[in-house]
Structure formats: C-alpha cells, structure tokens
Design a protein around this ligand. Structure first.
Ligand code: SF4
Length: 322
C-alpha cells in the first residue's frame, strides 16, 4: 500500500468518525445523562430529559446530527514520535473535516475573522484547530475530536490570579462564570477547569479536562477534592436540564493542572453541553484503530472517489450496536 493510500485511509476513517460523533453521543455522556435523569424528581426536568433521549433516538433513526450546531472542529493529537504519518496528519484531518461536512452533513460554522465570510466547508485560517503533544518512542497516535458548539463555548474564560489569591479565588472564578454564563451552554454542563502558569496554559489544560472521561478523577487528591467541591457548588445553582430548573446542573467537573510560577495562578474554564461531542480514536502504525469513546462506531467509507481500496476492513472498534 502506498503512502498516499494510507493517508486516504486516515482521512476516510476520520471523516466517518467525525460524522458518527455528530450523530451519536459518547458512551460516558449517555451514561451520565441517564444517571442524572434517574436521580431527578422535578417534573419539568424529567420531561426535558425525555425530550433529550427522544432527540438522540431520532438522530440515530434519521441519521442526523444530535444538534443543529455541529460546532467548530478541534483536534488534540497525542502523536508518537515514531508514527509514520505524523507529517500528513494535519492535511488528512483537514480533508476529513471537508468530507464530513458534506457527507454528515455538518453545519458550516467557520467564519474568517475580520472578513466575516463563511468558508462553507468548516475549514479556514487556523481551522480546524490542532493541538499537538508528541509522545517520544511511541509509534501510534491518539486523536481527540471535539465539536465546539457556539453556546457551549460561550462560558469559556481564562485569567491570571493576583499573587496570594489562591485556590479559593480559583473556585470563585469558576462559580462566577457558571452563574453568569452557564445557562448559555444547554445544561447539564460538563465543566473543564485548567490551572497553570499563564492564561493560555490554563486554557489548554481546561480543554484537555473536557477530553477526560466523565466520572474520572484527578490523580492528585487535592485536585480531586476541588472537582467535587465545584461539582457540588454548580449543582447547587439548580440549572437542571436546559436551565429549566432541577436538582443537578452538571454531568461532571474535571480539573487538569500543570506547574506554575509561585506568584501566578492561571485559571481557565471551558464547558461542554449536554450534547458533548468529543471522541477519541487511537491508530497504530499500521492504521488499525481502536475507538475509546463510542462503542457503536465502525468506519463506513463514503461513496466519494478516493482511489483507495474501499473494500478493506481494518477497524477494531467495539461491536456496532446502531
Ligand atoms: S450548547 Fe450544545 S446542545 Fe446547545 S445549541 Fe450549542 S451545541 Fe447544541
């Protein structure tokens, strides 16, 4: 198989995975929504959860996205230094976004800043977004996909706290943001909190926090305690599903931190909505893949003329169930 046909395999798989992620929520998000519904007793909240699950069922049956806002595509790539296609990935993923936009279809959500024109295919200057981490000595590649909707991106915020303000101020920062902007993000919210040396490191940590599974906990006991504190605090706001009131406001709160200057604490928050569309797929050097987020995914090639052997079957995702 030539290099170009390998790159085509990546593009085809990722276009299918992006489309699947637009139409099917990740397993952990579904489970979290079911759990919240089972603990809810507010009649309006129960009605709204039922509408959400009906929406998800119809999305599967009608083969349509779960929300009309299919977001701005962002990729966090944890790539082994020995992955053979490292140099091709950005081009392959950009092409996958273009093809998924047509085949899914996805709403065209990329507007060139200052020019104010919609590019029509969800790509543009710096779009989609790529964040890279290189993993020395590995020959595989882990790709997180995220569809950043407008509403769920709105509460995002980052700042650097003054010296001595400490962790109490970090908690207040997050709660202030949730009480003022959380409603914009179609609760129940999945809240990512980042702490680091500066505004941009905190912001990227917050986004990475949104990629961690719901229900996971920070390995540091104090950070895990902050997750619980924030979860309880945001639940106490009483958003309920779609902000119409209820006992719970969040599917979870994840904190990711990195070391910082002793005088500075960068703090950031970013939010996923009830339709939290993130995926994780891992390729080995032969392009076998494993999907970690969606048990129902199997790559189905679209009908475009790719020039590749489209009869090949190389996936090893969990059993298809839809
Ligand atoms: S916040 Fe989420 S569910 Fe609400 S409109 Fe935006 S993408 Fe859709």
């Amino acid at each position: 198989m030539t290099v170009s046909s390998d790159v085509r395999r990546i593009t085809d798989t990722m276009a299918a995975f992006i489309g699947h992620g637009a139409k099917n929520l990740p397993d952990d998000v579904l489970k979290a929504l079911e759990t919240l519904r089972s603990k809810e007793d507010d009649p309006l909240a129960l009605e709204i959860y039922d509408l959400m699950f009906r929406n998800l069922k119809l999305a599967r049956e009608l083969d349509r996205p779960t929300c009309q806002d299919t977001g701005f595509l962002q990729f966090w790539i944890r790539c082994g230094s020995g992955f053979p296609f490292i140099a091709d990935l950005e081009e392959a993923l950009t092409q996958a976004v273009i093809e998924a936009t047509a085949s899914t279809p996805l709403r065209s959500n990329v507007v060139e800043t200052f020019d104010e024109n919609n590019t029509g295919n969800n790509t543009g200057t710096g779009a989609p977004t790529f964040w890279w981490d290189i993993v020395p000595g590995w020959d595989g590649c882990e790709i997180y996909t995220y569809m950043a909707g407008g509403g769920c991106s709105l509460p995002g915020h980052a700042m650097v706290l003054m010296p001595g303000q400490g962790y109490e101020a970090a908690v207040r920062f997050v709660l202030d943001r949730m009480t003022s902007y959380g409603l914009n993000a179609c609760p129940p919210l999945f809240v990512g909190v980042g702490i680091g040396n500066s505004a941009e490191t905190a912001a990227l940590n917050a986004k990475k926090a949104l990629m961690r599974p719901i229900g996971s906990h920070n390995e540091n006991e104090k950070a895990a305690a902050m997750e619980k504190l924030l979860e309880d605090g945001i639940n106490a706001i009483g958003f309920g599903p779609q902000g119409m009131g209820g006992r719970y406001s969040v599917t979870g709160v994840n904190v990711v931190s990195t070391a910082r200057h002793p005088a500075c604490m960068g703090i950031a928050v970013t939010v996923g909505c009830w339709s939290h569309r993130r995926g994780c797929i891992v390729f080995d050097r032969d392009l076998n893949y494993e999907v970690r987020t969606h048990s129902g995914f199997s790559a189905e090639y679209s009908s475009h003329d790719s020039g590749s052997d489209q009869s090949s079957s190389f996936g090893k995702a969990g059993a298809a169930n839809d």
